[in-house]
Design a binder for this molecule. Structure first.
Ligand SMILES: [Fe+2]
Ligand SMILES: [Fe+2]
Length: 285
């Protein structure tokens, strides 16, 4: 791995007139989550302790993720010289520790662990593709393009490994679908919204629902139909459903519809905040 370095980014093309403060906030949140990946690499090596080939790939993967953190950190500092990464990251890690001593997957099997990692890479590849296409500031666009390319390769690594362990462990479609859905809707996973809370410098206490909605309102409108279709296709592939089949096309269409409705609901809630009771406010915490 390791196809590019920070020196490959055209920093001299930075254009402050095209700087979007919202994108800077997103860069601050993303740099912390990416930087935290070194611990995930150790965790994966613990889970796959007798598979040195994959362990080496997992450590190389983690290095690339940390590089994503480094490039986003430099961008955030470039755009906002007052950004104190060390203090912000320390606050973030304290709220999100990872068990690096684990010797078994928290997902129940190695195949399931790989399905979960595929879902994470689906999320990141789609996310950076959406940011790349939405960004106007040329340096941020170039960074997101590089990172998105890496995230697609990461998916391929985990997908290939998942297939190997699927055959060894005999994990069926239904079990994989459960893991994928669980990872997609994991109720305890608020890493990104917590990173957003820490990165933006919101005062404590951390209110999970408020931070999650704030983060969703900033990022979800950036997704286009092609981003969503590709992400759904990759997810279905990991589960064992053909993306181009009838079921695959129906799921992709429904996902896109659900996303647009949710984005509209978020926008409506923002507009009406303070004037009337929104459905988001009425929803249970
Ligand atoms: Fe990454
Ligand atoms: Fe990745």
């Amino acid at each position: 791995m390791g196809h590019w370095t920070l020196d490959d980014i055209p920093w001299d093309q930075f254009d402050r007139s095209k700087l979007d403060p919202e994108m800077v906030k997103i860069a601050k949140a993303a740099c912390m989550v990416e930087h935290h990946s070194a611990d995930y690499g150790k965790y994966l090596c613990g889970v796959f302790h007798d598979d040195p080939g994959f362990c080496a790939d997992a450590l190389a993967w983690a290095e690339e993720e940390v590089q994503h953190g480094a490039v986003l950190r430099r961008y955030a500092e470039f755009a906002d010289p007052s950004f104190d990464f060390d203090a912000t990251f320390a606050r973030f890690v304290a709220g999100h520790p990872i068990d690096v001593e684990a010797s078994e997957s928290i997902r129940g099997s190695r195949c399931a662990e790989m399905v979960a990692r595929c879902i994470v890479e689906v999320g990141t590849s789609t996310y950076y593709s959406a940011l790349r296409d939405a960004a106007e500031e040329p340096v941020f666009k170039a960074i997101c393009k590089r990172i998105a390319g890496d995230e697609f390769r990461h998916y391929k690594l985990f997908y290939t490994t998942m297939k190997r362990y699927r055959d060894i462990e005999g994990v069926g479609r239904l079990a994989r679908a459960k893991v994928a859905l669980g990872r997609l809707f994991e109720s305890t996973d608020d890493e990104l919204s917590y990173a957003y809370h820490s990165g933006v410098g919101e005062p404590d206490p951390y209110v999970r629902r408020r931070a999650t909605l704030a983060y969703a309102a900033r990022t979800l409108p950036l997704y286009r139909r092609d981003h969503v279709q590709r992400g759904v296709g990759m997810t279905l592939k990991a589960v064992g459903i053909k993306p181009q089949g009838r079921l695959g096309r129906i799921i992709a269409a429904l996902t896109w519809l659900a996303l647009r409705l949710y984005v509209r609901r978020l926008a409506w809630a923002k507009e009406t905040a303070g004037t009337q009771q929104s459905p988001l406010r009425r929803a249970p915490a």
